[in-house]
Design a protein around this ligand. Structure first.
Ligand SMILES: Nc1ncnc2c1ncn2[C@@H]1O[C@H](COP(=O)(O)OP(=O)(O)O)[C@@H](O)[C@H]1O
Ligand SMILES: [Mg+2]
Length: 375
């Protein structure tokens, strides 16, 4: 798939933008603060229905305006057009192929994309929530029902945590099995989430190992074995047997066993909301032992693996959004990275176009200045 046309209105610093795109590579360059990331953010907004930067919708509306609008034309068997409008009354309208969607979740899978931004460079060193977010976005695109499971899980989790608090402060009287109904529901939806995440990670890991070897080799790094795995209180063996009932029972028992501690801490102490991804290089925890360069190579590999996975799982070609990441890569890594992404539509943003080691022959190049394309 590729995006042929983007129209923005009052989206951050774009009063109005209307551009045609190359189905190959599109480069957006310009000084800091001009709107390069905003543009890629708007594209990815049509993938997940919100900002990948975690910005509130209301802060995206151009200062002083009442609503923003994104309208993209897509060349693909399934999706032709995505339209999103959001106004100050917090009303969000989403249309795919001219049909209004009732829920944001129905948007998932309409446009497939992988985004890679400088913040991702810290994916390994940061806390677990960014890694869970990475996983959840990837899986939701491949399997939209997963997104609804996540919503359901988080809803029940909030209700149960409220009850834990209420019991702790004596507002609700404690009795045997008081949390079982909630634990039952958490286990039931959670088992599906855990199983799906674990399965996807196994696949991602397989591809990432090879990409990591390749990029390391080209960069004259030591070729080490990358291993990415899903880390949960339930053992990998049990999860990978893929019997949802067994995972559910296991999860339920864990929850019941932690009841006293959970009341004390006023929170649910085990489950997919606490799970993590683990990165190992030659069996050593990358968080503790790897150099910055090794982490970078591993993250590049992970993003490339995500791209492959979306391709394989859907039979469609996702779009690749690279926000200002090349400035953080040495020439060798730039090269090996670009060699891997020849067949998908790519958006690259950068400050200095001359330092981009890329054959710009096939690219459409846009200079971005103060929320406009310089003509
Ligand atoms: N809601 C908004 N209304 C108007 N301008 C905004 C809004 N949100 C962000 N901006 C502006 O967008 C600019 C940052 O754009 P960004 O795409 O992050 O820059 P870069 O080109 O460095 O990637 C800043 O000048 C900021 O003031
Ligand atoms: Mg930027």
């Amino acid at each position: 798939m590729f995006i042929s046309h983007i129209l923005l209105e009052n989206y951050r610093n774009y009063a109005s933008l209307d551009i045609d795109l190359s189905n190959d590579v599109n480069i957006f360059y310009g000084n800091n603060g001009q709107g390069k990331t905003n543009l890629l953010e708007a594209v990815f907004f049509t993938v997940i229905g919100k900002s990948f930067r975690g910005t509130k919708d209301s802060d995206i509306i151009m200062a002083g305006k009442n609503e923003f609008l994104i309208d993209i034309s897509v060349n693909d068997d399934i999706t032709e057009n995505i339209f999103i409008k959001y106004n100050k009354n917090k009303e969000k309208y989403i249309k795919v192929n001219s049909l209004y969607l009732r829920k944001i979740g129905q948007l998932m899978g309409s446009l497939l994309a992988v985004v890679f931004s400088p913040e991702d460079m810290n994916l390994i060193s940061e806390g677990p929530s960014v890694r869970r977010k990475f996983l959840d976005i990837a899986i939701s695109q491949v399997k939209p029902t997963y997104y609804f499971d996540l919503l359901q899980y988080n809803k029940v989790l909030i209700q149960k945590n409220n009850l834990l608090k209420s019991v702790k402060y004596g507002k609700t009287k404690m009795y045997d099995g008081i949390f079982s109904v909630w634990n039952e529901q958490l286990a039931s939806v959670g088992a599906k989430i855990i199983s799906e995440r674990c399965r996807i990670i196994e696949e991602l890991s397989k591809v990432a190992i090879e990409k990591n070897m390749k990029i390391a080799k080209n960069s004259a790094e030591k070729e080490e074995l990358l291993k990415i795995s899903y880390n949960s209180d339930i053992s990998r063996e049990i999860i990978l047997e893929n019997d949802i009932e067994v995972i559910k029972r296991e999860f339920f028992n864990l929850l019941e066993g932690k009841m006293q501690k959970e009341i004390e801490r006023e929170m649910t102490l085990t489950g997919p909301h606490r799970d993590d991804l683990e990165f190992k290089l030659d069996d050593r925890d990358m968080k503790k032992f790897s150099s910055q360069g090794q982490k970078r190579t591993a993250i590049l590999s992970l993003k490339l693996a995500e791209l492959e996975l979306l391709k394989k799982a859907t039979g469609r070609k996702p779009i690749f959004l690279l926000d200002d990441v090349f400035s953080e890569l040495d020439e060798k890594r730039q090269e090996s990275f670009l060699n891997e992404i020849y067949d998908v539509q790519t958006f690259i943003s950068c400050v200095d176009i001359n330092s981009l080691k890329y054959n710009k022959k096939n690219a459409r190049i846009f200079e971005i200045k103060n929320g406009s394309v310089v003509l």
